[in-house]
Write a protein that binds this ligand. Structure first.
Ligand code: SF4
Ligand code: SF4
Length: 411
């Protein structure tokens, strides 16, 4: 079963990557290959940062054999938009994940992304790999608390200064001088806490919809003046992994890319890795044929719902949402929201709660469309259904606003 799933993921990524891959030419990849090989050789010389668990024993404990691991490496290579020749390097990088220290802090959040780090029985290889990373501080998962936990964080910052990846979960409440959220004995505001820990990080990874774009805390009327990390952190490389929760496969992808290349992955205008967010939900949806055929669910529980028809009329925002959850899926790859009959609410897009999370279709989605055809139909169709309230903020408008903010804050 696990092998079938890995195969299907691999074929999807192989097929779709042709659409989003930036073809950089053979020489580029030959140089990159050598660079990655050298980096991995140097990392291998280093002892594990702290986590001594070996991937071989972690895989064995979970009943994943070497063959399945190599299939995973092959699928992940395709996911990272690298040529198949990189597969042995990706497999090697996975064994060296514990050479890069990770600090994970939580701000205004529900800990849903931390929950995604944990997993039930039968985890995918991605989730097993999260077990072997050197997670130096993670307040939900670690045993220490209070002063002990604070000391652990101080020690991790001092020991790995300039070398650790900082994962941030939750938005940053800026209202009332940050007093909506304080932490530790010194009652440091979340903003000050983030600033202090990010100052010495090699890069900052914002995980989940709240840390990336403010998420639900930032929804109108945004009482705490919640912001995403990229709006308040300056002078550091920032990678956004949105979604509610972020998919563990994408967390692993970012970490693996960093271990392999020493660099952050190529990002889109919203600072999302292109390998994960270069796909539009609507283009990789198993209900798409029904959309094209004009077969829609008109009411919950109707014949269309029973026949897995398209959820557009029920408010699905797949046409304006970019994420790979239709390909990678959730919960050990078992399913994803549209697969279980619920429309996409655009959780990986900025301001999704205000703009997308309602059961009405949108017009003027401003979808990047090929000429005419089906895409045009989406807008015309939505226009016909919309009420006079007229909601229509486009994804590209949102992208421009956030890209503008990025320009202001990340210079
Ligand atoms: S509108 Fe939603 S359910 Fe319909 S094809 Fe697009 S993504 Fe799938
Ligand atoms: S289907 Fe849409 S709402 Fe659901 S997880 Fe994917 S991007 Fe988020």
């Amino acid at each position: 079963m696990a092998s079938e799933r890995i195969e299907s993921i691999k074929s999807l990524f192989t097929a779709k990557s042709a659409k989003v891959e930036t073809n950089k030419g053979e020489q580029y990849y030959a140089n990159l290959y050598e660079k990655c090989k050298t980096r991995l050789e140097s990392l291998q010389e280093l002892p594990p940062v702290s986590n001594k668990i070996k991937i071989e024993s972690a895989l064995e404990d979970e009943g994943v054999n070497r063959r399945d691991f190599l299939k995973w490496a092959s699928a992940t290579t395709a996911m990272l938009m690298l040529p198949a020749s990189f597969t042995p390097l990706v497999a090697k990088a996975a064994t060296l994940m514990n050479r890069v220290p990770v600090i994970w802090i939580e701000l205004q959040d529900c800990a849903g992304n931390s929950e995604a780090l944990l997993r039930s029985d039968g985890p995918k290889v991605d989730e097993i790999i999260l077990d072997i990373i050197s997670l130096e501080f993670q307040e939900t998962l670690m045993a220490a608390s209070g002063h002990q936990a604070e000391k652990q964080l101080e020690d991790a910052i001092a020991t790995f200064k300039g070398k650790y990846l900082l994962f941030v979960e939750g938005s940053v409440p800026m209202g009332m001088d940050g007093q909506f959220g304080t932490i530790g004995a010194k009652a440091e505001t979340f903003y000050d806490h983030l600033k202090r820990v990010s100052d010495d990080a090699a890069a900052v990874v914002a995980v989940g919809s709240c840390a990336t774009f403010g998420g639900i805390p930032a929804a109108a009327p945004n009482p705490t003046d919640a912001k995403g990390v990229m709006e308040v952190v300056n002078g550091k490389p920032i990678i956004n992994i949105p979604a509610c929760p972020a998919n563990p496969a994408n967390m692993v992808g970012v970490l693996l890319h960093y271990v392999l290349t020493g660099q952050i992955p190529e990002l889109d205008s919203l600072l999302r890795p292109k390998f994960a967010f270069g796909y539009r939900i609507h283009d990789n949806c198993e209900r798409r044929a029904h959309f094209d055929a004009g077969e829609y669910v008109e009411e919950w529980g109707d014949t269309g719902a029973k026949n897995n028809f398209c959820l557009y009329k029920m408010g699905c925002k797949g046409p304006m949402t970019f994420n790979n959850c239709s390909i990678v899926r959730y919960n050990e790859g078992v399913n994803w929201p549209i697969g279980v009959g619920r429309g996409c609410i655009g959780c990986s897009e900025p301001d999704f709660w205000d703009k997308y999370a309602y059961e009405r279709p949108m017009a003027n989605a401003n979808i990047k469309a090929p000429t005419g055809g089906v895409e045009k139909t989406v807008d015309q169709f939505g226009l016909g259904l919309l009420t006079a309230a007229g909601i229509g903020i486009g994804i590209h408008a949102a992208a421009s606003v956030v890209a503008g903010k990025k320009g202001e804050t990340n210079e």
